[in-house]
Design a binder for this molecule. Structure first.
Ligand code: GLP
Length: 257
């Protein structure tokens, strides 16, 4: 794990974008795992800028999103389909057929989850997975108590997560109770990961993930087992960390840390 502490959200987003662009230059048919939420918006914005101004090419990229709410149609403005289309895909040159997002309306969820896992496998596995973190330490929608070896499946959202995400909905009652999410085992299979956090309300979760015990009670702590994870956080989100960490990945050779 390589923890990188940046001054602010913009710096955090640009640092992450540099890594994505670097990997994309090295492997044009990169398989990218993508996350939703407010945290990666700056990363997507910077990648869009790189696409428009520097010709960063997504034409051979395949993407797999982490999760989707059960019951929301793709056109719902709070569905993760809508989020990804509006905030990223419609601005870059990725072919529609190369985008994969769990289907929140599917009737046979178990069969769908097996199919999603198989699609990731057939694509050669995820090269680089983007992750946010919930204030309760969740990654994707793997809530505290999730099995560390779990695969894509349906999960019940905790009240904490529903409250956190209620800010995006017209009323708290509209927040779905279930989601389809990649499992922790699925996420851990990614060859590299970037976990982002910028808000002060993530400081406890970041501390638990990076320096706390490995436990299903903080699903994000599983990154401690991963060989190539970048944790890129702002000073605000890093405020509870006790280790000393570098300012950028380019000056560091500590990926094995
Ligand atoms: C949701 C998503 C997670 C995301 C988390 C944090 O619950 N399923 O993937 O990391 O929200 O969201 P935000 O970045 O808005 O704080």
């Amino acid at each position: 794990m390589l923890v990188i502490v940046k001054n602010d959200y913009e710096e955090m987003s640009k640092e992450a974008a540099q890594i994505v662009a670097d990997r994309l230059h090295k492997k044009p048919n990169l398989v990218l795992g993508l996350a939703t939420g407010s945290t990666p918006l700056g990363l997507y914005k910077e990648l869009i800028r790189m696409h428009k101004e520097e010709g960063l090419d997504f034409s051979k990229v395949t993407t797999f999103n982490l999760d989707e709410y059960v019951g929301l149609p793709p056109g719902h403005d709070q569905s993760y389909h809508y989020f990804m289309h509006e905030n990223f895909f419609k601005h870059i040159n990725i072919p529609d057929g190369s985008v994969n997002i769990p289907d929140g309306l599917v009737s046979d969820i178990d069969a769908f989850c097996d199919w999603y896992e198989e699609e990731i496998r057939k694509a050669g596995g995820i090269d680089l997975q983007i992750l946010g973190i919930g204030s309760n330490g969740h990654i994707a929608f793997n809530e505290p108590g999730s099995s560390l070896g779990s695969r894509t499946r349906v999960k019940t959202l905790t009240e904490k997560t529903r409250q956190d995400n209620a800010r995006f909905f017209k009323s708290p009652h509209e927040v779905p109770k279930y989601a389809i999410t990649m499992g922790i085992g699925t996420i851990m299979d990614a060859k590299e990961q970037i976990l982002l956090a910028n808000d002060a309300n993530k400081a406890d979760a970041v501390k638990a993930a990076v320096e706390g015990p490995l436990t299903g009670q903080c699903p994000a702590s599983v990154i401690q087992l991963h060989r190539k994870t970048f944790v890129i956080v702002t000073k605000d989100a890093a405020v509870k960390l006790s280790g000393s960490y570098p300012g950028t990945w380019k000056s560091s050779f500590m990926l094995e840390q």
